[in-house]
Ligand binder design. Structure first.
Ligand SMILES: [Zn+2]
Length: 106
């Protein structure tokens, strides 16, 4: 029977998976695997429903820029602090910038 070595168990496939992990800088928890968070999409400002026409409301609900480059996004920290936060991510390189300042825990 062949023995399975546990030494050096990093296979090319597992290394590729590690390389593809997206670390999202949560302002409370710090960098977290994106699987711990929920991507809520492009950040958009909600118009006042009492002073908006149908076209503007439909645009707010359904239309997104789908930018190739820097995009302001909203994330939800599902497995951590359970807070929403926004940050800028380059949709091509997955770099983050203007990360929100850490929020002090009370
Ligand atoms: Zn968090």
């Amino acid at each position: 029977m062949d023995e399975i070595s546990t030494e050096g168990s990093a296979t090319p496939a597992s290394l590729a998976m590690l390389r593809d992990v997206l670390l999202v800088p949560c302002p409370v928890c710090g960098p977290r695997n994106s699987s711990d968070l929920v991507y809520k999409g492009e950040s958009v400002t909600r118009p006042d429903p009492n002073h908006v026409d149908e076209v503007e409301w439909r645009t707010y609900l359904y239309m997104r820029k789908n930018t190739a480059g820097w995009l302001k996004e909203t994330w939800y920290c599902r497995n951590g602090c359970q807070r929403y936060f926004s940050l800028d991510r380059n949709t091509i390189t997955n770099e983050f910038r203007n990360s929100p300042l850490p929020i002090k825990k009370t």
